[in-house]
Ligand binder design. Structure first.
Ligand SMILES: Nc1ncnc2c1ncn2[C@@H]1O[C@H](COP(=O)(O)OP(=O)(O)OP(=O)(O)O)[C@@H](O)[C@H]1O
Length: 651
């Protein structure tokens, strides 16, 4: 019996929702349902390894494991937990074909597996495992609306080969608004927007072009300039000031700037400018589209957001962006593609699927952008990225421009990223690489896991109707907490990888519109999402790595606005993170609670001094310990010197 087969028998557990609980997720959907609990039922076939899942959910708080059948040491709460049922087939361990599963990657139900950045059996194949978890569950995740019985379908050719008996994904998202006002709707930049200019910037690499100070200096064509202005952009942020001329000069770039500081426009504007200047026009109604630019991101919602930004900036021009991502009808996306595509935004699985189906040709690719690049090169997506750049027709790195953006760039990922970039790539660091946004006030509350719910409810009562994101570790936990909050009359919805795509989009829509003021999310909501007026982030469960913490709290305090983040620190579960947290707080000039400092340095954490250097990169890896062998034309090395000193302190 091979490993997959073994898992099939060893790990079962799918379940179905037979009540309203699955259908909406807005207030009342979880609780004011026929049953108010998840009911076990027949599930769809699971793919991926494992899929152990407790299918009943009456107050269950089953912490650790949706994806890895071998990892059944779930945290149990004191609430009742009833046994699971249903049949899940755990196959696909280690596979990364998963056009439907892009976003699930981000869900953190597999705590033990995802803890290590790289390596380890479970770690290397986390994706497969997590797919299994969701798919085993999600395949039968059936709401009262039968149409949505679609999860669990892998849309890649490889998966389809043995998936003929699985239901197809039929969801077609509503088309984006054509109304100009809504296309250009935006929130105002905040009081600290001008303070961005005070942030130290470090550009390393040979001969970086000079920064621009205004959008005029970017020499954008008229229509693009008009669209930038209609978007409410008056002056560029630092990552735009430096990033735009670097990209326009044809250089490869690895750029790191704090959350919410305008990285998306930093890559979109110069790409669109070049395409417009070259008179790029999509070849309409062609069976195979050959985009000039490909942009990838780790979650469906994020790639859709990037697409909408591209569409906004390209408004009224010949440049046509298209988006492809999992959880949505492939046929629908193929039809959309065939109408022409210059800029293709995609999550990796669906993108590779489209390439495999011959719907996307790569020979004309001039720009390859990895947003949240550290995530895209982390073990979950790295194989897909290698497949992408190795796909037939994809120009070699010498013959394309590769651009990477993130707020965090750990050293090991930087090292890996170099494989995708020309050797003379530029490294742009705005502020401290991997640092938290300084506009977010960070607070920590020491609390045991059993007291968290009470704390959360008290906290939300005190914040009134502030738009709040609550991050939890597992998909199950997300549903559970959302249910509790609904019961407490907080208008709440949730987003995580076990929800159907339409539910996820509805949840996000309800949160954006203010219909629900609380969004409970797993890691799937941690990166990139730009939601207006999120004033408050709560880490109900702290994540297991510091980068994710930085991204999560970065959902507030965006574009010069201020925000607040409160994190529940469970001394038993979170001590491994203590030291990194102290570092993050100090670097963001935030108060460090003495108990946290004690926890960090007392040696109580399992690893004693957990090594933050593994997770932080102070600056361009190529600079080495002395802070720079690239002395030529670097904008400043002050930051590098300072952070190098900091790092020594922490070593
Ligand atoms: N120059 C600018 N002037 C005004 N607003 C801007 C400017 N640049 C970007 N913004 C707005 O700031 C917000 C945050 O931008 P964006 O989402 O690109 O941040 P980011 O750096 O990619 O964040 P994250 O790291 O979370 O992905 C968006 O609403 C964007 O429209």
């Amino acid at each position: 019996m091979d490993e997959w087969e073994e898992q099939e028998t060893a790990t079962s557990g799918t379940c179905a929702l037979t009540s309203d609980t699955s259908t909406g997720g807005t207030q009342g959907d979880f609780w004011n349902s026929d049953h108010g609990e998840f009911q076990g039922g027949r599930g769809g076939r699971g793919r991926g390894r494992g899929g152990f899942k407790n299918s009943f959910f009456s107050g269950a708080e089953d912490g650790a494991n949706d994806g890895d059948g071998q990892n059944n040491t779930a945290e149990r709460s004191s609430f009742s937990r009833r046994g699971g049922c249903g049949r899940g087939r755990g196959r696909g361990f280690g596979r990364t074909d998963h056009s439907d599963f892009d976003a699930n990657e981000e869900d953190g139900d597999n705590k033990n597996v995802s803890r290590g950045r790289r390596g380890g059996r479970g770690g290397s194949y986390r994706q497969g495992g997590e797919q299994g978890g969701r798919d085993g569950f999600g395949g039968g995740y059936r709401g009262k609306d039968e149409e949505v019985f679609a999860q669990g379908h892998g849309d890649t050719p490889a998966e389809n080969a043995d998936a003929s008996d699985r239901p197809r994904v039929t969801y077609i998202p509503p088309p984006p608004s054509e109304d100009e006002e809504s296309i250009f709707s935006h929130y105002e930049s905040g009081v600290n927007f001008d303070k961005y200019d005070e942030i130290l910037v470090d550009v390393s690499g040979t001969n970086p072009p000079p920064a621009i100070m205004t959008f005029d200096e970017a020499a954008l064509c008229e229509s693009l300039k008009r669209n930038v202005s209609k978007s409410g952009y008056v002056k560029p942020t630092p990552v735009q000031k430096h990033g735009i001329p670097i990209i326009s000069a044809g250089r490869d770039l690895m750029a790191c700037a704090q959350t919410g500081s305008g990285k998306t426009a930093a890559f979109l504007l110069p790409i669109l400018q070049q395409l417009m200047a070259d008179g790029a026009a999509a070849s309409c109604f062609s069976e195979m589209q050959e985009p000039d630019a490909i942009i990838v991101a780790p979650t469906r919602e994020l790639i859709n957001q990037i697409y909408l930004e591209a569409r906004k900036f390209a408004y009224g021009t010949c440049v046509r962006p298209v988006v492809v991502y999992g959880g949505v009808s492939t046929g629908h996306q193929i039809r959309d593609l065939s109408r022409g595509c210059n800029v293709l935004c995609g999550t990796p699985g669906r993108l590779l699927d489209m390439i495999g189906r011959g719907k996307v040709g790569l020979t004309k690719v001039r720009y390859l952008v990895l947003d949240e690049a550290d995530r895209m090169l982390d073990m979950g997506f790295e194989p897909d990225m290698r497949r992408l750049v190795g796909s037939p027709g994809m120009p070699s790195k010498e013959n394309r421009q590769t651009l990477m953006f993130s707020a965090t760039f750990p050293e090991d990922i930087q090292r890996l990223a170099a494989d995708f970039l020309k050797t003379d790539y530029l490294f742009l660091a705005v502020g401290i690489v991997g640092g938290a946004c300084s506009d977010v006030e960070q607070t920590f509350v020491q609390v045991t896991k059993f007291a968290k719910r009470e704390q959360l409810i008290d906290l939300l009562k005190s914040t009134g109707s502030e738009r709040t994101m609550v991050f939890v570790e597992t998909k199950r936990q997300a549903d559970f907490i959302a249910t509790i909050l609904c019961q407490e009359k907080f208008p709440t919805t949730s987003i995580h990888g076990d929800r159907e795509q339409w539910q996820r989009e509805q949840a996000l829509g309800d949160f954006r519109s203010g219909k629900c003021s609380v969004l409970v999310a797993t890691s799937v909501g941690a990166r990139g999402l730009d939601i207006p007026d999120v004033q408050f982030v709560v880490n109900f469960d702290l994540p297991n790595n510091i980068d994710e913490y930085v991204h999560r709290i970065g959902r507030t305090g965006r574009c010069g606005n201020t925000g607040r983040a409160v994190s529940f620190y469970d001394p038993v579960a979170d001590s491994e993170l203590a030291r990194s947290l102290v570092t993050i707080l100090s670097k963001a000039q935030q108060e460090v609670p003495s108990w946290l400092e004690e926890s960090a340095f007392s040696g109580h954490s399992p690893s004693g001094f957990n090594p933050p250097r593994k997770h932080f990169a102070s600056t361009d890896l190529r600079k080495g310990p002395q802070g720079g062998f690239f002395q030529d034309g670097s904008v400043t090395s002050q930051l590098a010197v300072q952070t190098a000193a900091d790092d020594e302190e922490w070593e």
